[in-house]
Write a protein that binds this ligand. Structure first.
Ligand code: SAH
Ligand code: MG
Length: 931
């Protein structure tokens, strides 16, 4: 398949771009605003050329705390942003290399900085630290004027970065920063005072009276109490995480209030985590400093992990922020900011806490991005960009790595040329004939490898798929999704067997480095494990299982779904984009209360890739546009319910009854059929699917067939249509691997066959019908000896070797008198593609992303390739084979749109084969038992 002619490795090395330098310096205080400007320069006069606009250009304004900068005019938004960042670097004189001080220089700067923080000038400035200084001056008694070293360590970015130059490892250890501040304060000599426990600092000399006076004046609403909603995270996993109210007051010191809640005497022992959640958030964890005599002892023992710390390790809190936390912790969103001298505060609810937890796992990140925490699921496959909703896989993977403090994922892309003529060839080694009138144009394709490294650059996961793509972006998204699917498996089924891990890794082309992996993800297990009480049930929420079609109970469950409204006939099939509205509530059995959890007026997703809860998707495939359904579903893990629910109190009470289920009301608003179907419907009259039915009918009539089996019957459209015509058929059967397809087939056939009993004379003579779940590459003696077997547009959904196995199985063991096989004619694709050139830009794009008509096709054969396959088989099993097709003209190049082979058994003797039943009957109907 690959010629491997040229191989270019584009490695995305982390050389800092201007933007990333700005980000390092200013973080989220750097704001980019891009505006579009019309380029009139090419057309001359702006006034006259409205109808003849030039290409769009962009200009970016970068706003920084100190200044704002306008970029050059650029063709791309990205470039405009980089240009603005570059100009800012110039203007502010930031030199990424020269700016790095030596440790000695950093020491000097640290001492200066500390002295500045305690200057008169700084006290009245707007700065996160100055708020603490002012509040400290309101403290009563011996603590008056003392500021906890921890607050300085956390809130002064300058001090943090200086400390990094002195000791690079401070990043993950606030105690180390505190120790350095302590030493710097000692260097300031007599001007600083330490509190008794050495954890707070105060300026020896009082601030001038004028400064103090003006501070007092600016205080308003003194003594007024501010109730703030916060969350307590107990260190013991046995205790639940609970909301509580913190009573801060306008002139009191909020860290003292938190200290009191944590059972501490005063603020000096309170430690503060890094921020959680959004970049601009003030949400942090507050917790108690471990007990030890001196700061230097503390910072030593802290690095030694949990063992030596006093107080129990708080797994949940540590997991959330990626810092080691002992004892109870309080999650709160408050503090002094750059924006105002007043204390900023925001309520933190249980829901916020559970959303933070959800944002730690791939499916959670996806759910949050779709604002559908209950209904949405991370899809198992990436088909086309325009059908993917929510954050893209690459983005989710990047967020995931950040959340777990790993390095950014590294994507290595590789482009090479492939020969179109050899694609999907059953005998790839052979000659390169390609209709011999066209020179072969090499096609550039892409493969992508992704590597996930730990913070200290140990390789944790590598994924190297074999599949190639026409677009680099598709290769990247697909590989990212594979890694996410694997991680999902790990996070959802936490007690994975080694076997499952190995087989999943193999299937997803993933290599895991278990030692490093487990080192990074040790704590998350116990945190998420709490929610796994429902055990195996949560498996059904998993994309990986979805891919492997393991939810075979789905058929039963779907059949219990109540569907209301008139059947409009517009039904979604695999690849269709549907739009639904839904509302989900929590219901406890026996209680009459129902708590609303989540809803959406318009929610779009692609059918067939597991983008929503399995039962919801299965139900939607049974509906037609305009219909509504009522579905009762099992509970997802509690953490998702709490992350979705608004009113957590009632929900928690309901959940505690242990008898809850979800009730979902869904309406199917719109169905957009996939491109292949659209082409087949738009380009052919009657549509190709109809022509295939008519083709089959013609053979049934000619051969007076009494029995027919449809191999790969999907949702039963052929069997269904056949029942509309008078024919000799008495016995019909269908086999497929898709539970959803079979469920729909069962529903339609059931309705139609029962209705046919009421009409006299009945239009068809069918006595029995049966649907099997199973693979047509496996033998089942119940399929032996049918008059006609049809296999329409199925083989291209298997790998080529499976298509060969299928050929052997059907002709040597099922032995139908006639076998009709249809599959797309690859040579006809240019005509289909040309016709879609008139369609909107985006659709043309979709089309190019895939080399075949449908993303689920594993191959599409030329007439020659199909001919080879069929002739070889016929010869081997004593059948004759004739070629024809539907769509287009078989006598003209490039032949029919859909090519068909009709196999006929040459002699009537049966091959004797064992009785073997590998299929599962999913639905059965008999005229006698129904009358
Ligand atoms: N014959 C139908 C469906 C075509 S779509 C029609 O013409 O409308 C292809 C179908 O093949 C899907 O329903 C898929 O589930 C089924 N399929 C793919 N591989 C299969 C296998 N090994 N065994 C049984 N069915 C298979
Ligand atoms: Mg197909």
């Amino acid at each position: 398949m690959e010629t491997g002619k040229s191989s270019v490795i584009v490695s995305k090395k982390p050389t800092p771009t201007p933007k990333s330098i700005i980000h390092q310096k200013f973080g989220s205080t750097a704001v980019y605003r891009v505006e579009e400007i019309q380029d009139y320069t090419q057309n001359g006069c702006p006034g006259l050329c409205i109808s003849q606009k030039g290409p769009c250009l962009y200009r970016c304004t970068l706003t920084l705390p100190e200044c704002s900068i306008v970029s050059d005019i650029c063709k791309r938004k990205k470039d405009a942003e980089q240009s603005a960042a570059e100009k800012a670097i110039e203007k502010l004189g930031i030199n990424p290399n020269k700016d790095n001080p030596t440790p000695e220089e950093a020491w000097g700067q640290l001492v200066n900085r500390l002295s500045y923080l305690f200057s008169d000038e700084f006290l009245s400035s707007v700065h996160p630290v100055s708020g603490h200084l002012r509040a400290a001056l309101q403290r009563e008694g011996h603590l008056n004027g003392f500021v906890p070293v921890s607050a300085i360590a956390v809130y002064d970015a300058k001090i943090c970065s200086l400390c990094k130059y002195i000791k690079p490892e401070v990043e993950s250890n606030i105690l180390l920063v505190m120790e350095l501040i302590h030493r710097a304060a000692e260097k300031l000599g007599g001007s600083m005072l330490f509190s008794e426990d050495h954890l707070s600092l105060k300026k020896l000399n009082a601030y001038p009276p004028e400064t103090m006076q003006s501070l007092l004046k600016s205080e308003s609403g003194m003594g007024e109490s501010i109730p703030i909603e916060v969350i307590r995270i107990p260190s013991s996993l046995k205790k639940t995480v609970e909301p509580m109210i913190l009573n801060a007051s306008v002139n009191g010191y909020y860290l003292d209030v938190i200290a009191c809640e944590l059972g501490l005497r005063d603020a000096s022992k309170v430690l503060i985590s890094r921020t959680l959640g959004r970049a601009s958030s003030e949400m942090r964890l507050y917790y108690c400093i471990p007990n030890a005599k001196t700061l230097s002892q503390l910072s030593q023992c802290h690095t030694n992990q949990t063992g030596q710390l006093e107080g129990a390790f708080n797994v949940r809190a540590s997991y959330l922020c990626g810092q080691d936390i002992c004892g109870d912790a309080i999650l709160a969103s408050l503090g002094y900011t750059w924006r105002s001298i007043d204390l900023f505060h925001e309520a933190v609810s249980l829901r916020t806490y559970y959303r933070l937890l959800a944002s730690k796992i791939p499916r959670g990140i996806y759910k949050l991005s779709r604002e559908a925490i209950i209904a949405a699921e991370l899809p198992a496959v990436f088909t086309i960009r325009s059908n993917w909703k929510g954050s893209f896989p690459k983005e989710i993977l990047t967020v995931f790595c950040r959340q777990h403090r790993l390095s950014e994922p590294i994507f290595l892309c590789n482009s090479f040329e492939s020969q179109p003529a050899l694609q999907g060839s059953p005998d790839s080694g052979g000659d390169k004939t390609n209709g011999n009138d066209q020179p072969t144009v090499p096609i550039v394709e892409y493969k992508c490898v992704v590597k996930i490294l730990s913070k200290c650059q140990d390789l944790i996961i590598q994924c190297s798929p074999k599949q190639s793509y026409k677009k680099e972006a598709d290769a990247i998204e697909t590989v990212a999704l594979k890694v996410l699917s694997w991680l999902n498996l790990f996070f959802v089924i936490l007690d994975l067997s080694a076997e499952t891990v190995t087989s999943a890794s193999k299937e997803l082309d993933i290599l895991i480095y278990p030692q490093h992996f487990l080192k990074e993800f040790a704590t998350c297990l116990s945190v998420h494990y709490q929610f796994q009480s429902i055990g195996t049930q949560s498996r059904s929420f998993l994309a990986y299982d979805y891919m492997n079609q393991q939810n075979n109970k789905l058929v039963d469950k779907v059949s219990s779904v109540k569907i209301g409204g008139r059947d409009s006939g517009v039904t979604p099939s695999t690849g269709a984009l549907v739009c639904i509205s839904y509302s989900i509530s929590l219901v406890a059995k026996g209680e009459c209360t129902k708590e609303y959890i989540e809803s959406s007026e318009e929610f779009e997703f692609e059918i067939g890739c597991g983008a929503v809860l399995p039962l919801l998707e299965a139900a939607v495939t049974q509906m037609s546009a305009g219909q509504s359904a009522w579905i009762n579903m099992e509970l997802p893990p509690d953490e998702f319910i709490l992350a979705a629910a608004g009113d957590s109190d009632t929900i928690v009470t309901l959940l505690s009854t242990g008898t809850c289920f979800l009730e979902c009301v869904v309406t199917l608003l719109r169905v957009t059929v996939p491109l292949e179907d659209r082409m087949e419907q738009a380009l052919f009259k009657p549509p190709l699917s109809k022509q295939r039915v008519e083709y089959a009918l013609q053979h049934i009539r000619q051969s007076c067939a009494a029995s027919l089996v449809d191999l790969g019957c999907g949702s039963g459209s052929l069997l269904d249509s056949l029942l509309d015509y008078p024919s000799s058929l008495e016995r019909i059967a269908g086999v497929d691997l898709s539970h959803k397809g079979l469920a729909r087939a069962a529903k339609i056939l059931h309705t139609k066959l029962n209705a046919s009993m009421d009409t006299e004379p009945s239009i068809n003579k069918v006595e029995s019908a049966v649907l099997f779940y199973g693979s047509i590459t496996n033998f089942d003696s119940r399929l032996r000896g049918f008059d006609i077997a049809t296999c329409l547009e199925v083989i291209e959904h298997m790998e080529e070797d499976e298509a060969c196995i299928f050929g052997n199985v059907v002709l040597s063991t099922f032995c139908p008198r006639i076998l009709i096989v249809s599959t797309p004619n690859y040579e006809y694709n240019p005509i289909l593609q040309r016709s879609t050139l008139q369609s909107p830009e985006e659709e043309r794009d979709e089309n190019q992303a895939c080399k075949f008509r449908n993303h689920d096709h594993k191959f599409e054969w030329t007439r020659e390739q199909f001919g080879h396959w069929a002739t070889d088989l016929a010869l081997k099993y004593n059948y004759s084979v004739e070629f024809s097709g539907v769509g287009g003209d078989g006598d003209k190049e490039p032949g029919f749109a859909s090519q068909i082979g009709v196999f006929r058994k040459k002699d009537e003797e049966f091959l004797i084969t064992d009785a073997a039943e590998s299929y599962e009957v999913v639905w059965e109907w008999n005229r006698s038992s129904n009358s």
